[in-house]
Design a protein around this ligand. Structure first.
Ligand SMILES: [Zn+2]
Length: 786
């Protein structure tokens, strides 16, 4: 047996050499695929769980106040078995999107750089924001949030390091399947603007195909998986305040739980999964997709919304998409679990079905593009035109049916309210040239023309292609709509299939490396719904991307190098931040940090019950407890009452950590820990614990913990003594009048501060430029004169 294994390994190695040399497959190689150098790694990226605006809905009052699930970076190093330098890294982030401010330097020399590392966001709308470098994307988070950024960067580096240290020989397989009930189109009227003959080629108005990459060891045991499937991570709605990975983050937990669980043995009783399986759910052409699969309805009447503009009685705020369990009215948690489960079930099914072994070369191309001025030439895939400086259209302010805008705006609106007209005029009136370039978009914010205090939206974005054998990953810097993604994938597929084979799989990794809002087709752009209004570089944006991706893939086919392109600015050091630090924490006299203020009930709990305890707490920003937890659910050892086994942490779907303070200025706070007892929970004695760190006015943070009373859980095998009906504890998390006032009006603070700063900058410039040069330093004089 060992002999034949060695023999086949020898054959494989020989086949790899052959395939590298000729790009062709031979016998054994075609059956089993090539051997690659593969490493997987995962690290915690959960940022501040209090006070920070959650990124995605642009709802200024939506601040973090606890944790539903932790967020992770999952890294996959995929490289040539012989040549170490021939490798790339795909990092999937439980973040709304990747940030251009994150740049990799000196990670294992120059083994990992922007060229061969892709950072891709899953698009959760429940993660702490403030880590992007462009103003428009951080207005609602009161500017830049260093605490969010640092955690994200450290987690990315940690995940890549772990993957690097994990590198060993392995194999890859790819497969795809249909998942019908996990996404819906939220802008179907815009989709209908695409040519009928093009639409006729597709059965659905969103992509229903999930692609799964299987990462195996040389014995074909599972080491990890990456899936790509387009669906907005907006299952949890914009009234939620807990950090969560939304449907893709939770799907990853489900898949990893399945892989780690018992019963993954094959027919012969051998383990089919190695330990530390890392499973990621990547984003794709997400632009017009929604997890709210039942459609959009009016909140007050329950009638379907008006279709063209997604309004109810002319107002957009009332038109809200419904997830599969919308009736639960629970911030979307139940719907989220269902959409997550559908994705993880599909991934598991794909994992267990036949897949194509991957064999062939590893390659990558990366380019920075100045998207403000790309000339697009006509071709089979592109129409002639040019891109424009960035600008947002009016419908951007309307938001979507996943999270309607806070101001009275309609999708497709061309007039707008006084508020936004004032804001846009305050920035700058768009030039006639810009108006013509962006037409038919009515410009609300001419972001590409404003450079004070620094850039509002990107001008330079990056595109990237990663290739391993038959799998080609197109890394796009934004949210392509369904049809936009299809056009891009098809163009690349048709170009490369002649050389790389017709079984080439082209996937699209959305929200990667840079965030630059949306990309619609030319026809959808004309409709100017939310996605069209947010296609910032004008009607030819998609055609420009298609042209540039084709340029990179052509170079890859011909083994030619490509120009790196103009470097984007790194403005991290220039960032303004208005998030105040934690000053101190305190407790009521006679109490202490970790004290239980409301204990668990003295009843016997069963599956499906909610256990709850409240603790005296402190601000979680004092220590984000990376790779740790703010809570545990523990089970007593039946043999030894002093021993407690850890069952769940704050990252599990069944636990929630709600942090709250009586009012915004109070140094006192509480932590409410809840546990929804899942099916299959073992009977026994349990307890809840809370961990935190408090800040003394004169010193740094100090840790504390608290423990609830013990409680009994009876599993299904044991009849409970009495059934206790718990009331829904949601009212406990309701906001005080103060908090509600601040949440509803706090958007005025950043708007006011930015206004003040902009005004200040303009005044300062006016004064400086009018003042005669007094400096004796020649360069300073030169600068003033310029
Ligand atoms: Zn989005």
């Amino acid at each position: 047996m060992a002999g034949s294994l060695r023999h086949s390994a020898y054959l494989l190695a020989a086949a790899v050499l052959l395939s590298t040399a000729h790009g062709q497959l031979t016998g054994e190689n075609a059956r089993k695929g090539s051997t690659y150098s593969i490493g997987v790694g995962k690290a915690d990226i959960t940022g501040p769980a209090a006070d920070v605006n959650l990124m995605g809905y642009a709802a200024p009052g939506q601040l973090a106040a606890g944790i539903h699930t932790r967020l992770y970076a999952r890294a996959y190093v995929i490289g040539d078995a012989q040549e170490e330098r021939k490798r790339f890294v795909f990092v999937n982030l439980d973040a709304c999107m990747a940030s251009q401010g994150v740049t990799l330097t000196e990670l294992y020399g120059d083994l990992y750089t922007e060229k061969n590392v892709a950072l891709s966001g899953i698009h959760t709308h429940s993660g702490p924001g403030g880590y992007l470098q462009y103003i428009l994307y951080i207005i609602t988070s009161l500017g830049f949030v260093r605490e969010s950024f640092d955690v994200l960067v450290a987690g990315i580096v940690q995940a890549i390091k772990r993957a690097h240290e994990d590198v060993k020989p392995g194999m890859l397989q790819v497969t795809a399947g249909e998942l019908l009930d996990a996404n819906a189109n939220r802008s179907p009227t815009a989709y209908l603007a695409n040519p009928p003959e093009e639409r006729a080629r597709y059965k659905h108005n969103t992509d229903k195909s999930m692609t799964l990459l299987k990462v195996l060891d040389t014995e074909e045991r599972g080491r990890g998986a990456v899936t790509w499937f387009p669906v907005h991570c907006t299952s949890i709605n914009n009234t939620n305040s807990l950090i969560s990975g939304d449907n893709k983050g939770v799907a990853a937990q489900f898949l990893e739980g399945w892989a780690a669980g018992a019963g993954q043995a094959d027919a012969n009783g051998n383990d089919t999964m190695g330990s530390n399986f890392v499973g990621a759910f990547g984003q794709a052409n997400v632009g017009d997709t929604s997890p709210n699969v039942l459609g959009a309805f009016c909140y007050d009447t329950g009638e379907p919304c008006e279709k063209e503009h997604s309004t109810c009685n002319g107002r957009n705020e009332m038109c809200i998409g419904r997830g599969p369990a919308w009736e639960a009215d629970d911030y979307g948690y139940k719907s989220n679990e269902i959409i997550a489960r559908r994705q993880s079930d599909e991934a598991i099914e794909l994992w267990q079905s036949a897949a194509t072994p991957i064999s062939g070369d590893i390659d990558y191309r990366h380019a920075f593009l100045d998207m403000s001025a790309i000339t697009v030439y006509p071709s089979n895939y592109t129409r002639a035109g040019r891109t424009c400086r960035a600008a947002m259209g009016f419908s951007f302010a309307a938001g979507t049916t996943d999270g309607p805008g806070a101001f009275d705006f309609k999708q497709g609106d061309t007039e707008g309210t006084i508020f936004w007209r004032v804001v846009s005029h305050f920035l700058k009136d768009p030039s006639t040239e810009q108006i013509a370039c962006q037409a038919p978009k009515p410009i609300l914010l001419d972001t590409g023309s404003v450079h004070v205090p620094y850039e509002w939206q990107p001008t330079i974005v990056e595109i990237q292609i990663l290739r391993v054998g038959q799998l080609v990953i197109l890394c796009v810097p934004g949210e392509l709509t369904t049809m936009a993604g299809r056009r891009l994938r098809e163009a690349v597929h048709q170009q490369v299939e002649g050389v790389w084979g017709s079984d080439v799989t082209v996937v699209l990794a959305g929200l990667t490396n840079t965030y630059s809002s949306y990309v619609t087709t030319f026809e959808e752009y004309a409709m100017q719904r939310y996605e069209g209004a947010s296609t910032i570089f004008g009607p030819h944006t998609l055609d420009a991307y298609i042209q540039e991706f084709l340029r990179l893939s052509k170079a890859m086919m011909e083994n030619k190098a490509t120009e790196p392109g103009p470097r984007p600015p790194n403005m991290i050091s220039k960032q303004w931040s208005f998030l105040t630090p934690v000053v101190l924490d305190s407790v009521p006299s006679g109490s202490h940090f970790g004290a239980v203020t409301e204990d668990v009930l003295p009843v016997v709990y069963k599956e499906g019950d909610k256990v709850r305890a409240v603790f005296q707490s402190a601000c979680p920003r004092n220590n984000v407890r990376l790779e740790g937890t703010f809570l545990t659910v523990e089970r007593q050892d039946p043999e030894d009452s002093d021993k407690w086994e850890l069952v769940y942490t704050d990252s599990d779907v069944s636990t929630k950590y709600h942090w709250a303070r009586p009012h915004v200025l109070s140094p006192e706070s509480t932590a409410t820990i809840t546990w929804d007892i899942p099916e299959g929970t073992l009977s026994g004695t349990y307890r809840l614990r809370h961990f935190g760190d408090f800040k003394h006015i004169l010193g740094g943070p100090a840790p504390f913990n608290g423990t609830s009373g013990n409680f009994e859980v009876h599993g299904l095998d044991v009849k409970p003594h009495k059934h206790h009906k718990h009331d829904d504890n949601r009212h406990k998390f309701e906001l005080s009048d103060w908090e509600r006032y601040v949440r509803e009006h706090s958007f005025l603070i950043p708007v006011f501060l930015f206004a003040l700063l902009l005004l200040g900058t303009v005044l300062y410039r006016q004064t400086v430029s009018r003042r005669p040069a007094v400096s004796s330093h020649p360069y300073e004089r030169l600068e003033v004169a310029a």
